[in-house]
Each structure stands twice: as structure tokens, then as C-alpha cells.
Design a protein around this ligand. Structure first.
Ligand SMILES: Cc1cc2nc3c(=O)[nH]c(=O)nc-3n(C[C@H](O)[C@H](O)[C@H](O)COP(=O)(O)OP(=O)(O)OC[C@H]3O[C@@H](n4cnc5c(N)ncnc54)[C@H](O)[C@@H]3O)c2cc1C
Ligand code: SF4
Length: 486
């Protein structure tokens, strides 16, 4: 146990963020660099090393949280990093971006603020990189088997790293010009600076993983050719088809999917563009969708100099406390104030967009909405609540409907889909096509980075068993797992 009295003597303290005025003028991460290190050992000392660590079940990766809290408390950073990497290939991603369902399941959280697990995680991995403890781990011998991974998001990267380390020769195919999936082109720089992806890719290259960018499977290379060239295939192509809003005026200029808007801002940060062709500068911005993707649009619009930012959500405002039907240790739906929300803008709940209105040049100018309420379990419009708000840039952040089928990937492989439109798989993450596996959002549907990594690790075990007959790789989850409802 870290500090037997830590949870009694130390209050919860989290990473400090930079002042809003300062951070909206740049794109760097919102945190004060180095602010965690002086406090984190004491924070880790709040861990009670419970007999049954519910945080393990809260974390889809099954991270060994009390073990690394103990090492962090003792400032044995190398040992902490070793335990962290035992279950998580990329803790620098989850330590920055995970909604931390582990903290919702922390036993201390029953009647006190939980341990700052996520902050401990990111400190351990940042220290490990700084100390040079994160080194390539190439396999001792090669199996002679080859694997193609389609998609370079967290699921594809985790599968590729596991399979490379198991001795297989792995090539990752990515249709975008850079590796990283939504980590690279969805999530803005102010949530995670892309240098964290770049150094992981360097580690993976040094271990032997090959990367092929600007290659879309189904279009540039067809499925039959890929099957012939490789002994197994992992599809980790994400769920990148955006949900649309087919209301009158949708065709007006200035209405974009979030995933048309955000990647361009990220491309400016990569140095590919000087300014984004879709910018919020000087405009009244409306973001439709109250989730993480919407919050990323809000933060991006602030940094581009929007005149105003309004975020709309069709569902009612979540509560500040757990509902009775979401008891500890489940992951509750709570009202969240993200860093982007701290920076300004207005959030409007229980509203639905009825139509858009434009000017004579076809540019969107107004968004018409109405309030909605639940009646007999159904959302209905409230008569007499119609109004319009200024909207010169609208981003649609209402989620994703499944994996992209336009390139023929699903059809060419002959893949079966499940009832939700995701690629169907069995307990080993194998699809209906022998030797073809699926991991991440492509099989699970739109989810989280921590699930994508867990799926990539688990699918890698399925592939290894298929290729070698047995596997020593871990499989933290099964496809149907929903650890504590996240
Ligand atoms: C804006 C945004 C913000 C988010 N923020 C968070 C967050 O803060 N925390 C969190 O936990 N989760 C967040 N998520 C969700 C998270 O990013 C995803 O759940 C996760 O990235 C899924 O990983 P994946 O590897 O399955 O797919 P993806 O990351 O989507 O990667 C799939 C990759 O496959 C490539 N691809 C697709 N088809 C082909 C093909 N035919 N050939 C070659 N390549 C192909 C795509 O270009 C893409 O690079 C966010 C999502 C979005 C959109
Ligand atoms: S990956 Fe997420 S759930 Fe798991 S320990 Fe880290 S913050 Fe918690």
C-alpha cells in the first residue's frame, strides 16, 4: 500500500491548467507544464490498495493501478513505467485523453474525491520518456508470418505493436498522409500535442513495424491482393462515417461535419497549411452535438477567433451528481466542464434544429431551433418555443454511424456486419472471413481510445493464435465487454 494514511491526510489535487487568456492564443496543451510532478507522489499515496481494486474493472485495459500508484508514491518511476506498460501500449494517449472510468470506480470515490489515477498515469509515462526508459523492444526471433493492419488509429497501432513484438512482420496501411487516426486528425493539439504520437511511431519503426501512408485499402490496393500478400489482416479502420442532419438548408455553405472542420485545424498545426480553409474567425459559430467531438470544435473555434460559440444538445442537461440508476462503481453521465467549455461559449440543452437559413449567396446565417422534451419516452418538440440564433459556421458533431464503406473495403473482403452496422466478429475478434480480424471502432462502433487500445491488444492475441496455434499475448477484453457501462 502506498501511504496507509494518504487518503486521510491528502486532498485530491489535479493538473493545473494555464490561464484561459493565455491558452486560447496558442494551440499547446492546456496544462501548466511540470505542474503535476511536485504533487503526484502524494496524490498516488491516496490509493488504498483495496482488496478488490474496482478501478481494474473500470479500466477497459485492466491497468494495474494500485501497483503503479505504489511505485509512484515511492518515486520508483522505472518500476511504475514497467507495470504501466504491462497492460497499456500507449499510456501517454490515455493519460491525456481518457475520460477515466477507473476514477468513477475508485473505492475512495464512494464518499471522497477519487484518486487522480489519470494524472498519475501521465506523469509516470512522461517521466519514463524523459528518462529514456521507453526503448524499442524488437522481437528475439521472427515467425516468418506477415500481417497487414488497415488503419493507424490507437486500435491499429496497439495491434501492430503487439504482433511485431510477437515476431510477426507487420505493415500498417493508412489512407491519410500521417499515422495516428483520430489521435492525429480528430483530437486537437490543445488536448494532445502530436509529438507524443511521433515518438511512439519512431519506437514502433525501430521495433520493425512498417508504415504505409496514403494507401487506402479497397481503393489503392484491393482486398484480394492484400489477402494474397499477407497471412492475416487486422481491420482497424475506425467508424468514420459522420451522422448527418438532413433538415432544410443543410446544403448551405458554412455547414460542415466536425471531421471536415477539425482535421484542417490540425493540418495548420502540422505546418501543411498557413490558415484553415474552414475558419471560425469573426463568425458566430454553432456546434451541434454536446459530446467530446463538439467540445473539440468549441475549443478550436475559440482559438480561431470566433465572434461567439454556441453548442447545442438535444438531450437534457446531465446532473451534477450520480443518478440513482448509475450508482458507484459505474461510469455516470454527469455534467462535464471540459477545458474548451472553461474558455467560453454557451451550451443549450434540450433543443433540436428545425432548419437553416442563408443569405442570397447561399451562405448560412441563421439556425432555427425548437425546444424538445421527453413525452412517453419519446422526444417531442415543444410548441411555441421556435427561435433562431446567428450561425455563420455550423459544425455537425452528432456522432458516427459506422465504418466507411465507400472504398469497397467491406464488400471486397465479403465482411458481415452486425445489427448496428459494425463489422461483426467472434470472441477472438475474427470476422466471418478466415484470417481477417477487426479491432477498435470498426467493430465496436464509435467509442474511446482506451477501448481501441484494449481491442487492438485483444485482436492481436486472436491473430497470433491463428498464425501460431497458441499465443502468450494478453487479451484484456472480449468483443462484447462493456466494463462498467462506458
Ligand atoms: C473529434 C474527436 C475527439 C475525440 N476525443 C476523444 C477523447 O478525448 N478521448 C477518447 O478516449 N476518445 C476520443 N474520441 C474517440 C476516439 O478517438 C476513437 O474512439 C478512437 O480513435 C478509435 O480508434 P480506432 O483505431 O478504432 O479508429 P480511428 O482512430 O478512427 O483510426 C482509423 C484509421 O483508419 C484509417 N482508414 C479507414 N479506412 C481505411 C482504409 N480503407 N485503408 C487505410 N486506412 C483506412 C483512417 O484514416 C483512420 O486513420 C474522439 C473522437 C473524435 C472524432
Ligand atoms: S486508461 Fe483510462 S480507465 Fe485506464 S487507468 Fe488510464 S485513465 Fe483510467
Amino acid at each position: 500500500m502506498a501511504d496507509p494514511k494518504g487518503f486521510l491526510s491528502t486532498d485530491r489535487e489535479v493538473a493545473k491548467t494555464r490561464p484561459v487568456d493565455e491558452r486560447v492564443k496558442d494551440w499547446n496543451e492546456v496544462y501548466v507544464p511540470g505542474s503535476l510532478l511536485p504533487i503526484i507522489s502524494k496524490q498516488a499515496g491516496r490509493c488504498m490498495d483495496c482488496g478488490i481494486p474496482f478501478c481494474h474493472n473500470g479500466c477497459p485495459l485492466g491497468n494495474l493501478i494500485p501497483e503503479w500508484n505504489d511505485y509512484a508514491y515511492r518515486e520508483d518511476w522505472r518500476a511504475a513505467s514497467e507495470r504501466l506498460h504491462a497492460t497499456n501500449n500507449f499510456p501517454e494517449f490515455t493519460g491525456r485523453l481518457c475520460p477515466a472510468p477507473c476514477e468513477s470506480a475508485c473505492v475512495l470515490g464512494i464518499n471522497q474525491p477519487p484518486v487522480t489515477i489519470k494524472n498519475v498515469e501521465v506523469t509516470i509515462i512522461d517521466k519514463a520518456w524523459d528518462a529514456g526508459d521507453v526503448t524499442p523492444q524488437p522481437p528475439e526471433r521472427l515467425s516468418g508470418k506477415t500481417v497487414a493492419v488497415i488503419g493507424s488509429g490507437p486500435a491499429g497501432l496497439a495491434a501492430a505493436q503487439q504482433l511485431t513484438r510477437a515476431g510477426h512482420t507487420v505493415a500498417v496501411y493508412e489512407r491519410a498522409d500521417r499515422i495516428g487516426g483520430l489521435l492525429r486528425y480528430g483530437i486537437p493539439e490543445f488536448k494532445m500535442e502530436k509529438r507524443h504520437i511521433n515518438r511512439r511511431i519512431e519506437q514502433m519503426r525501430a521495433e520493425g513495424t512498417k508504415f504505409r501512408t496514403e494507401t487506402e485499402i479497397g481503393r489503392d490496393i484491393d482486398a484480394a491482393k492484400l489477402r494474397k500478400r499477407y497471412d492475416a489482416v487486422v481491420i482497424a479502420a475506425g467508424a468514420t462515417t459522420s451522422r448527418d442532419l438532413p433538415v432544410p438548408g443543410r446544403e448551405l455553405n458554412g455547414i460542415h461535419f466536425a471531421m471536415e472542420y477539425l482535421p484542417l485545424a490540425n493540418k495548420v498545426q502540422e505546418g501543411d497549411l498557413t490558415t484553415s480553409p474552414i475558419t471560425a474567425e469573426g463568425k458566430h459559430v454553432v456546434v451541434i452535438g454536446g459530446g467530446d467531438t463538439g467540445a473539440d470544435c468549441v475549443g478550436t473555434a475559440h482559438r480561431q477567433g470566433a465572434a461567439s460559440v454556441t453548442q447545442l444538445e438535444i438531450m437534457p442537461r446531465p446532473g451534477d451528481e450520480r443518478n440513482a440508476n448509475q450508482p458507484w462503481p459505474t461510469f455516470p453521465m454527469l455534467y462535464k466542464v471540459t477545458s474548451a467549455h472553461e474558455e467560453g461559449g454557451e451550451r443549450i440543452y434540450s433543443v433540436s434544429t428545425t432548419h437553416f437559413e442563408g443569405d442570397e449567396d447561399g451562405n448560412v446565417q441563421w439556425l432555427h431551433l425548437t425546444e424538445v422534451e421527453f413525452k412517453d419516452g419519446k422526444l417531442e418538440q415543444k410548441p411555441g418555443t421556435e427561435r433562431k440564433i446567428p450561425a455563420q459556421l455550423v459544425t455537425l458533431a452528432m456522432g458516427f454511424t459506422g465504418t466507411d464503406q465507400k472504398n469497397g473495403l467491406v464488400e471486397q473482403f465479403g465482411l458481415e456486419l452486425d445489427e448496428r452496422g459494425n463489422i461483426a466478429r467472434d470472441a477472438d475478434f475474427a470476422t466471418n472471413v478466415p484470417g481477417v480480424f477487426v479491432a477498435g471502432d470498426a467493430g465496436r462502433g464509435q467509442s474511446l481510445i482506451v477501448w481501441a487500445i484494449a481491442e487492438g491488444r485483444s485482436a492481436a492475441r486472436g491473430v497470433d493464435r491463428y498464425l501460431a496455434g497458441a499465443s502468450e499475448l494478453p487479451a484484456p477484453i472480449r468483443p462484447t465487454d462493456r466494463a462498467l457501462m462506458v
